[in-house]
Design a protein around this ligand. Structure first.
Ligand code: NAP
Length: 275
């Protein structure tokens, strides 16, 4: 365990495994840049230890809260008193915060983090393709519904999961297997694990996309996936997974530490994260 200085605020990211998490680098960079006397660290919490973790932390006034990653995003919901509308919407949390009285508030910053890098585009009424129907896709579809996009085509290994998501987010569209040809779309999002280090590649022919389409890959390891390389070759606008990762962390940082992170130093942060 880490020694903790009484009176010094801290936050954590919990998961199992956790060593790969980039959250300590991101939050640590912002804490140092702002000169804040606070810590952010990664803690491996096994699934069986989750109740004990929250029981201990909710009595610690220095603990501001924790980011929650795989495999706890669903299970952590049962430990927070205030779930907002998370259970009925995104269905998982990636942040738990401690209120003054020790009550825990759940939040999900992935939808806001997904939206931030494409906020300057107008996709209202336009067709969108989403690859994947897991936890990340839920946050993406939540954001797309709020953006009032046109029909959404979900391509997923298990198309039925995609169909269920379209219906639960009230989106019009269809769910197809990964082998289906890509329909024309203004925005293509990869929210699956395909293309990630150690996973099979995402094999898509991008030629049906118009020249002004945006291709957004949530995968950030590697940073330039084959999908983004193919989109760049075609001269399409691209957004990589690190942009979303930093944007969702920025929302969490402000909720945990009460100040906005210094986003004007994003270039330095990206250099640190890709070193
Ligand atoms: P998840 O809940 O496990 O979902 C994984 C998705 O990928 C499912 O749609 C699954 O299809 C599909 N998939 C996995 N292995 C596959 C294979 N071998 N062949 C075909 N399809 C496969 O994972 P997640 O939490 O949604 O994460 C998905 C990706 O998003 C990961 O790469 C993660 O790192 C990334 N992510 C990035 C950010 C960010 O801030 N940039 C945030 C969250 C997640 P089935 O439905 O058929 O199982």
């Amino acid at each position: 365990m880490y020694p903790q200085t009484p009176g010094r605020p801290y936050a954590e990211v919990i998961g199992d495994p956790i060593a790969h998490s980039k959250s300590p680098l991101i939050h640590g960079f912002w804490l140092r840049a702002l000169g804040l006397e606070a810590d952010y660290r990664a803690i491996r919490v096994a699934p069986d230890d989750l109740p004990a973790y929250f029981a201990a932390r909710r009595d610690d006034p220095d603990w501001r809260g924790c980011n929650v990653t795989v495999p706890h995003k669903l299970a952590a919901l049962t430990h927070v008193e205030d779930r907002g509308d998370i259970r009925g919407t995104i269905g998982a949390i990636n942040l738990a915060m401690r209120a003054e009285d020790g009550a825990l508030i759940g939040a999900n910053t992935d939808a806001g983090g997904f939206y931030a890098p494409i906020a300057s585009f107008d996709f209202a009424g336009k067709p969108v393709v989403v690859v994947g129907a897991g936890g990340a896709a839920r946050a993406v579809l939540f954001a797309l519904a709020r953006m009032a996009v046109g029909p959404v085509t979900i391509l997923n290994r298990t198309p039925l999961k995609g169909a269920a998501l379209l219906s639960s987010f009230g989106l019009k569209g269809r769910a197809l297997p990964l082998s289906a040809p890509l329909p024309p779309a203004a925005l293509l999002v990869n929210a699956s694990s395909l293309g990630m280090v150690g996973q099979p590649p995402l094999d898509l022919d991008l030629s049906p996309l118009p020249g002004d389409a945006v291709v957004y890959d949530l995968v950030y390891a590697p940073l330039e996936t084959d999908l983004l390389a193919q989109a760049n070759d075609r001269g399409l606008e691209t957004v990589d997974g690190l942009e979303m990762l930093v944007a969702q962390a920025a929302v969490a940082f402000e909720l945990l530490f009460g100040v906005e992170p210094p986003r004007e130093r994003d270039d330095e942060l990206r250099a640190l994260l890709t070193a």
